[in-house]
Design a binder for this molecule. Structure first.
Ligand SMILES: [Zn+2]
Length: 61
């Protein structure tokens, strides 16, 4: 994991519809259920399934 990888910032970018490359495999992109993209707390890599999970004010890896 990159030292400067900021999960909450990354999730904000994903919610805004931006593509973010996987921090783990560097090949896939984080995806989520398209119906909940603006509110989703879970994003996962479409290649290796690395999971980003965020809950309000508390960040969990
Ligand atoms: Zn990956």
């Amino acid at each position: 994991m990159e030292k400067d990888f900021n999960i909450s910032e990354t999730v904000e970018r994903l919610r805004a519809g931006k593509k973010v490359k996987c921090r783990k495999c560097g090949k896939g992109y984080y995806v989520t259920n398209p119906d909940f993209i603006t509110s989703s707390n879970n994003f996962w890599c479409d290649k290796c399934n690395d999971l980003l999970h965020i809950i309000p004010s508390v960040i969990v890896e």
